[in-house]
Design a protein around this ligand. Structure first.
Ligand code: PMT
Length: 397
């Protein structure tokens, strides 16, 4: 029983996919969980509370009060009881209310009171899912630390084909099971993660930088923290937010600042995941004032930055694990292997700009993991969250 004694609040909202929530409740219970269903008023239009309470053995909670006896249902108590809140299906309306704290029904007040992690399985038509407001609200929920179970692509209730179909109950069950299985696997471990780009200052308004968004490194930090690790996240200039009690974030701008923070932290660490796209060069001279435009060519001499990975490779004790990344455009494997050897890494994660949807900025990535003992394992294109799970499973166990 993979979910034995786990308390799960299953939130159901007004989507045609609500019918799948009955199977999901059943699967969760069969895996050993105790399930309490909370429905929005429109959720009840799609599936009856009677069906659901018969499956879970508990009355469905939907209103703040029971009309006939005035009993008050405490969203605060539910927030403390649950080990997980899972909202499946989650409509665009509920996602918008959750993102913005519009607590006008029992499901949203329960969400706002939740002490435990929250998973959200969106379900809606493809245009609603692709709308900028939905994208923004989902990003907000991610920034609160909520886990999004991406909808699948396929035929939708409207008969249109596209992304928006709630993930199948069996797949959602696997996500929940994996979540609890991995929960404490890295407890007592200390992990250093570098993420994002570095900015190398030319003058007060200009810099040399790169396209790294920090998404891959932040996904690694979130997954390590979720598994109980104490994470030191050294982040270059990115717009991402992260919110987890196990994560200590150190914001830096230049490669030199990233180097200093990483070298200082590393001796205490069990492992380091070096995901940042660190500038290899910086301007030899930083102008104090903005460089004025002129007719002549402006030459900027560049000097090499210190290599953080190579320095940590030299400092590394036999008990420490060092994992680097390589973003390549040609001769991918050869270049990645050279980097692994030169920097004394235990693993290198290879991503190639030749793979659609991989590398900088995307929410997805496609990787291969190479080991210092000569093995190679390839993975499919996945969300950066799932890629982070693969990397941690393969390297830190
Ligand atoms: O941030 P995202 O938009 O999500 O994109 C993620 C990513 C593409 C940036 C990430 O997956 C990735 O590939 N990062 C490494 C980028 C790279 O190509 O690094 P590199 O080949 O320059 O360096 C190899 C390794 O040495 C890397 O682990 C790098 O962090 C490290 N390095 C490099 C230079 C330097 N001065 N110090 C370093 O530690």
């Amino acid at each position: 029983m993979t979910l034995k004694d786990k308390h799960i609040v299953l939130g159901i909202t007004g989507s045609i996919a609500a019918y799948k929530a009955a199977s999901l409740a059943r699967l969760l219970i069969k895996a050993g969980a105790e399930v309490q269903i909370v429905m929005t008023p429109s959720g009840k239009e799609f599936i009856t509370p009677v069906t659901l309470s018969a499956l879970t053995g508990k009355p469905v909670v939907s209103e703040f009060f029971t009309a006939n006896d005035g009993t008050w249902h405490s969203h605060v108590d539910l927030g403390q009881w649950a080990d997980l809140m899972l909202i499946a299906p989650a409509t665009a309306a509920t996602i918008g209310k959750m993102a913005n704290g519009i607590a006008d029904n029992m499901l949203i007040t329960t969400y706002l009171s939740m002490k435990s992690p929250v998973m959200i399985a969106p379900a809606m038509d493809l245009d609603m899912f692709a709308h900028p407001s939905t994208t923004r609200n989902i990003e907000l929920l991610r920034s609160y630390g909520n886990i999004i179970i991406e909808p699948a692509a396929g035929e939708l209730a409207s008969h249109l084909i596209g992304k928006g179909r709630m993930e199948e109950p069996e797949k959602i069950l696997t996500v929940v099971e994996d979540f609890f299985a991995g929960e404490e696997s890295l407890s007592k471990k200390k992990v250093l993660i570098t993420a994002g780009p570095t900015y190398e200052r030319i003058d007060p308004v200009r810099f040399i930088g790169n396209y790294s968004s920090g998404k891959m490194g932040f996904a690694l930090a979130e997954e390590c923290a979720r598994r109980g690790a104490q994470v030191t996240l050294v982040a270059g200039p990115v717009s991402l937010k992260i919110n987890h009690p196990n994560i200590t974030r150190i914001d830096v701008e230049s490669a030199e600042e990233m180097y200093n923070a990483s070298v200082k932290a590393f001796p205490e660490m069990d492992a380091a995941l070096l995901c940042a796209a660190v500038a290899d060069f910086r301007p030899a001279e930083q102008y104090k004032e903005k460089v004025k435009r002129g007719e002549d060519i402006l030459n900027i001499s560049l000097v090499p930055n210190k290599d953080i990975a190579a320095s940590l490779g030299k400092m590394k004790k036999s008990s420490q694990i060092l994992i680097g990344f390589a973003l390549e455009t040609n001769d991918e494997e050869t270049n990645a292997l050279k980097k692994m050897a030169k920097k004394n890494l235990d693993f290198i994660v290879l991503n190639s700009l030749n793979d659609a949807g991989a590398g900088f900025k995307y929410d997805t990535n496609k990787i291969a993991i190479l080991t210092s003992s000569g093995e190679r394992k390839d993975f499919a294109l996945k969300s950066k969250k799932d890629v982070a799970t693969d990397i941690i499973n393969e390297t830190l166990g």
